[in-house]
Design a protein around this ligand. Structure first.
Ligand SMILES: Cc1cc2nc3c(=O)[nH]c(=O)nc-3n(C[C@H](O)[C@H](O)[C@H](O)COP(=O)(O)O)c2cc1C
Length: 186
């Protein structure tokens, strides 16, 4: 194979699409898709979710103010919501042009999306500013999943959740292929 240079592009660094839920100052909910999401290990089994936000979007202002948020997995059925939330700002008013149900998180002051089958409740532990972006290192308070989905002890079959993957374009996920050790026995 001969590769060609395409410049400093980052679209291949992808994760499932998450919709971040926060409360505005007046107590109304705001939701926005954020795909610059990763994780790091603090110590032992304690994992921090790393979420990066650019500019002055409402979600970022809410997180800077409250330090509390929910991370709602977006499924393919939620694509109209992803597309809508991502093209509108809470700075312009309540996002209510599409119908959706929401509730209050159990452990943090933030809204959750009823339709999401995987919801993570987070509290900001620390943050780093890089230029116009702020990156939040978030401690996980709790994760709630659709009761119908068996998540087992470790690992998760992503296909059961049917997530949206975003690379600049929206994608769905392919097949479940196996676990570590299924392709090479040490
Ligand atoms: C699929 C998708 C992924 C996005 N990912 C990010 C992201 O990772 N970081 C970011 O700052 N903005 C991201 N955005 C842009 C925000 O969702 C967008 O600015 C939104 O209008 C913010 O709404 P808010 O002002 O109510 O927070 C994404 C948008 C879409 C459609």
């Amino acid at each position: 194979m001969k590769r060609k240079s395409i410049g400093a592009r980052h679209e291949m660094i992808v994760q499932p699409t998450f919709i971040i839920g926060t409360f505005n100052q007046d107590g109304t909910p705001d939701f926005a898709p954020i795909t610059w999401v990763s994780k790091t290990c603090e110590e032992g089994d304690t994992c921090l979710i790393v979420i990066s936000m650019y500019g002055t979007k409402q979600t970022k202002q809410n997180v800077l103010r409250t330090g509390q948020l929910t991370v709602n997995l977006a499924t393919t059925g939620m694509l109209p919501l992803v597309d809508y939330f991502g093209q509108t700002s809470g700075k312009e008013g309540l996002k209510d042009a599409l119908p959706y149900a929401w509730g209050r998180a159990l452990w943090v002051e933030a809204p959750t999306l009823d339709e999401s089958p995987w919801v993570c409740e987070c509290q900001v532990a620390s943050q780093v500013a890089t230029g116009e972006s702020d990156t939040f290192f978030c401690r996980i308070r709790d994760v709630q999943v659709d009761e119908e989905i068996d998540v087992g002890g470790w690992g998760v079959d992503l296909t059961a959740f049917d997530p949206v993957i975003y690379s600049g374009y929206y994608h769905s996920l392919g097949k479940y292929l196996g676990a570590i050790g299924d392709f090479y026995q040490k």
